[in-house]
Design a binder for this molecule. Structure first.
Ligand SMILES: [Zn+2]
Length: 124
C-alpha cells in the first residue's frame, strides 16, 4: 500500500509546485525484513556480495552463501550438483542455501560444500 502525504512546504518554489512527500509503508516493511534476515547456519549477519559473477548474500561470520532468489544455472556456478570426492578439511566446509528458479520452477538447494572444489559434502 502506498500512502501519499502532500505538504505545501514552500509556496515560493520557482516552479510553483508543492513539495510532495511520498511514503511507501509496504516497501519499508520489506526492507526491514531483508535487513534482519540472518544466516540459517549460524545466525550471523549477511552482506550482499558478488561471487563468481553471481549476486548472493554472504555470512560475515561463517562465510556461508545464501540467496532468496537466483537462477538455477547461477547456483551451479557456485555449487556444483555433485558430491565431493576425496578428503577435505572440516574448516573449509561452508554452508549454502539457495532458492532457485529453473525450468521446473522454484526450488531450494541447501547443504554444505567445499568452495575449493565447489562440490557438496552434505545435503540439507
Ligand atoms: Zn553463517
Amino acid at each position: 500500500m502506498i500512502v501519499f502525504i502532500a505538504f505545501l512546504l514552500d509556496k515560493g518554489n520557482e516552479n510553483g509546485y508543492p513539495w510532495i512527500m511520498e511514503q511507501r509503508k509496504g516497501d519499508d516493511k520489506m526492507n526491514e525484513k531483508k535487513k534482519t534476515r540472518k544466516c540459517p547456519a549460524c545466525n550471523g549477519s549477511l552482506k550482499a556480495s558478488r561471487v563468481e559473477n553471481v549476486d548472493v548474500d554472504r555470512c560475515r561470520k561463517c562465510g556461508g552463501l545464501t540467496s532468496e532468489s537466483m537462477y538455477l544455472g547461477d547456483s551451479y556456478t557456485l555449487v556444483l550438483p555433485y558430491f565431493h570426492e576425496g578428503s577435505y578439511r572440516e574448516d573449509e566446509v561452508r554452508y549454502f542455501d539457495f532458492t532457485t528458479l529453473g525450468s521446473e520452477g522454484v526450488s531450494r538447494r541447501h547443504g554444505w560444500y567445499v568452495p575449493r572444489t565447489r562440490r557438496i559434502v552434505q545435503v540439507g
